[in-house]
Design a protein around this ligand. Structure first.
Ligand code: NAD
Length: 525
């Protein structure tokens, strides 16, 4: 939770509150466009030095930052939990552990992934040409994350940007600014050169100022509505953007699935982080023959979960991060109720807890016609719908503006993979759920309104560099047949180029040699 106030010296401040207790966790300044522009200026100067560092130096710095995190692991997890409301345990398992893995992966492998590489250029090679690709850093990467994974998402993107030779400015969410500042502190303690990583605090106004301050890339994570605004203002300066937006994850459970496992997966996938993950299971489609059995298992498992303030180690479901988000959940549950679905457990704020706690809620009898099956809920709800055939399941899953993640549950792996490929989503799991953002090696991003571009994996790294093609002519004593002046011999040669050379066939192209020599002799006269 957060609020913007005027501080004693009339400068606006953001107060960050613990959503589980309402306690004041700390205050940060609401930074202005001028502050942001100055920050970008410093980042630009720092870039000139940072881009000269070797991969080995960058790796040493990043590995040192890992050590700083490991030394402060519990304190960092408590801070994440206090600002976001998520359980302390999840702050470790879903944020700190995966980002430590990402850090070691990109520290060790970026050099290999960005090594200059020779490119095969087919028959142009016969003409004595060679091509290679080299990768340059972009400059300054501006990172604007959401509040739901306030540590792992911006930190992971920062490490990838730094390893590629860029400097970074992060504008953390106004709900979790202290976690943002902590990220800056980690890089400082690891000894990174000054201004290599800087944090600007503030709400959407500061984010908008960062976009307009002409960084070389914006990595944005958040809602579709804000993503559209950012794309629009970034276009004014042709700043390229990666947009990681919302989701409405469908989980398809076939009749032959391991139902016990699928039920546990659905509970974790829908309720971890109080359902506030872009890849949270928000729609469960189960074959009609096993719907009763699966639903019973899910309800039993849900009722067994302890909810409460995240600092208690045995708490599985923490608080939601903001009143605004909780109200969306209330609205969606009301929509399910009034449209005729059944609330089997939960369906209300927790009566005995003071903070922003909404009970994990299982809903049966949902259909795609209900509004809450179309809009992103981003809360602890698990609506269950039925399907009859495989084609039905695919159609229902794809009936959404979103396409971030999905899962298919079946013992028949070839069926699982076949169905997975028919689903319009950036990541589709077979007998797995939600966690693939935690795999640093694989690309992450959405189809449809779930986003543009990718983070993580080779594809994500490529978003943070400029590829440059270096082309060399080793026969630099001969003119090219396609140069001027043109003549009837030239036209005849070009016809042969079109017919033979452009076929890609060495055999056909060899027929072109006499014509080519004739043309070159003509040009050398
Ligand atoms: P949001 O769009 O409200 O805010 C995201 C960030 O944008 C915040 O830092 C905010 O201050 C900033 N911002 C707001 N207005 C801005 C503007 N005009 N210009 C620049 N910056 C601006 O989103 P949120 O509520 O923080 O996050 C929830 C959303 O994030 C959900 O839709 C969720 O699915 C999505 N999300 C997606 C991914 C993914 O990888 N696809 C991951 C996590 C969250």
């Amino acid at each position: 939770m957060s609020a913007v106030i005027k501080g004693n010296n009339e400068i606006e401040e953001i107060i960050s509150y613990d959503p589980a207790t309402g306690e004041d966790v700390g205050r940060v300044p609401q930074m202005s466009a001028e502050d942001v522009n100055e920050t970008i200026g410093r980042a630009r100067s720092a870039f000139l030095k940072w881009k000269q560092t070797s991969f080995a130096e960058r790796r040493r710095y990043v590995m040192k930052a890992r050590e700083v995190i490991l030394a402060e692991l519990d304190d960092i997890a408590h801070l994440i939990s206090a600002e976001s409301g998520k359980p302390f345990s999840e702050a470790i398992s879903m944020e700190i552990a995966p980002v430590l893995d990402l850090m070691q992966h990109f520290a060790r492998n970026t050099e290999k992934m960005l090594r200059p590489a020779k490119i095969g250029i087919g028959l142009y090679g016969m003409l004595g040409r060679t091509s290679k690709i080299v990768y340059h850093p972009l400059g300054i990467v501006g990172i604007i994350p959401a509040w739901n994974y306030p540590f792992s998402i911006p930190l992971g993107e920062t490490v990838m940007a730094l390893m590629a030779g860029n400097t970074v400015v992060i504008k953390p969410s106004e709900l979790t600014p202290l976690v943002g500042l902590k990220i800056g502190e980690i890089f400082e303690k690891a000894g990174f050169p000054e201004d290599t990583v800087q944090i600007v605090t503030g709400d959407g106004r500061t984010g908008a100022a960062l976009v307009m301050a002409t960084p070389d890339k914006i990595m944005f994570t958040g809602s579709v509505a804000t993503g559209k605004k950012i794309a629009e203002s970034a276009a004014k300066n042709l700043t390229s953007v990666v947009l990681e937006l919302g989701g409405k994850d469908p989980m398809i459970v076939f009749e032959d699935a391991n139902l016990e496992l699928a039920a546990s997966a659905a509970v974790w996938g829908a309720f971890c982080n109080s359902g506030q993950s872009c890849s949270s299971v928000e729609r469960l489609y189960v074959h009609e023959s096993v719907v009763d059995k699966l639903t019973k298992l899910i309800v039993e498992k849900t009722r067994g979960l302890k909810q409460g303030p995240g600092y208690n180690e045995d708490v599985s479901i923490g608080a939601m991060s903001s009143e605004k988000q909780l109200k969306i959940v209330e609205d969606h549950v009301e929509d399910f109720r009034s449209a005729g679905a059944n609330i089997l457990t939960g369906g209300k704020r927790h009566a005995d807890l003071q903070g922003l706690f909404y009970e994990p809620t299982v809903i049966s009898g949902a259909t795609n016609e209900m509004r809450a099956m179309q809009e992103e809920t981003f809360g602890p709800t698990l609506p269950i719908a039925v399907f009859r055939t495989e084609a039905d399941a695919v159609k229902l899953a794809n009936d959404s503006e979103f396409g971030l993640t999905a899962s298919v549950w079946t013992k028949d792996l070839s069926k699982g993979k076949r169905v997975a490929e028919k689903i319009e989503a950036g990541s589709v799991c077979v007998n797995e759920v939600l966690y693939t953002h935690g795999i640093a090696q694989t690309p992450w991003g959405g189809f449809k309104n779930s986003g543009r571009g990718r983070t993580h994996g080779r594809e994500g790294l490529m978003e943070l560099v400029q590829p440059q093609h270096i082309h060399v002519n080793r026969l630099a004593f001969l003119p090219n047949a396609w140069w001027m002046p043109y003549s009837s011999t030239a036209v005849e040669t070009f016809r042969s180029l079109a017919k033979h050379f452009a076929s890609g066939s060495m055999r056909k192209t060899s027929r072109l040699i006499p014509q080519l020599l004739k043309r070159i002799r003509e040009l050398r006269k």
